[in-house]
Design a binder for this molecule. Structure first.
Ligand code: SAM
Length: 242
């Protein structure tokens, strides 16, 4: 259950400083203003700002293999894994902490973080409209039974949330070993007016696709079992002029 998960009210309220401490912006000195009237409401302290925003999200990141592999490939980008299981999230956070210490001389792995969240809820509370350039959905739980399909993290409603937080030109990456789920994801993204499927040639030329195919823990398991991997990626289109 996720009833004790905490969500920011708006993206501006989210304090990312503990996730990306190397990217905390220099604090503006507080400007001393006239003493407030006793009746005036006390304003909330604003969260510590970063020098850049999270731009890449791995939904259901599991043990973090993709984040760790993408970190050096996208060194100037902040990448966030979102994971619903508490212990798995803590494992990834420990893994990142250790990597940062081991690589203190190069500053590698400062650009990845992991947050515990149910991505089926409140994503627009974390990210502004058009904030993200890439969303990864790797080996999502298949929820085979028909009555469980509403638990799938690709659906018409959720695709609208992904469209909201992605900038035009942004990409959703999907991979699964379940052909039926692959077909479902393709069908739901192709039917959505905000997305178009990226042609195979372009897909195969994308470095992130190569990394996604080999670096997630679930992908490695599929590899060991000689299973198939189905990949599809989708581009966020410009909104039509009204
Ligand atoms: N992407 C990883 C990989 O490829 O190795 C993990 C794949 S695993 C099969 C699916 C993951 O999604 C699990 O770690 C699960 O806890 C997580 N998950 C499922 N539903 C979620 C949700 N609503 N929000 C966040 N994470 C979720």
């Amino acid at each position: 259950s996720d009833h004790h998960l905490v969500y920011p009210t708006t993206p501006q309220d989210m304090d990312w400083s503990s996730y990306f401490p190397a990217f905390v912006a220099d604090q503006q000195p507080n400007i001393v203003s006239e003493p407030a009237e006793a009746t005036e409401a006390v304003s909330k302290p604003s969260p510590t700002k970063l020098t850049k925003d999270v731009e890449v999200v791995d939904i259901g990141c599991g043990f973090g293999g993709l984040l760790v592999a993408l970190a050096p490939a996208l060194p100037d980008t902040l990448l966030l894994g979102m994971e619903i299981r508490t212990q798995v999230t803590e494992y990834v956070q420990d893994r990142i902490r250790a990597l940062r210490i081991q690589n203190a001389d190069t500053n590698l792995y400062q650009n990845i973080g992991c947050l515990r969240a149910n991505t089926m809820k409140f994503s627009p509370n974390f990210f502004r409209k058009g904030q993200l350039s890439k969303i990864f959905i790797c080996f999502p739980d298949p929820h085979f039974k028909h009555r469980k399909h509403k638990a799938r993290i690709v659906s018409t409603t959720l695709n609208s949330e992904y469209a909201y937080v992605l900038k035009p030109g942004g990409i959703v990456y999907t991979i699964t070993d379940v052909e039926d789920l692959h077909d479902w994801m393709v069908q739901h993204f192709e039917a959505h007016l905000s997305f178009e499927r990226v042609p195979e040639e372009e897909q195969e030329a994308d470095t992130c696709v190569k990394i996604m195919r080999t670096e997630t823990e679930e992908g490695k398991k599929v590899e060991r079992n000689k299973g198939q991997k189905f990949v599809a990626i989708f581009r966020r289109l410009e909104d039509p002029p009204w």
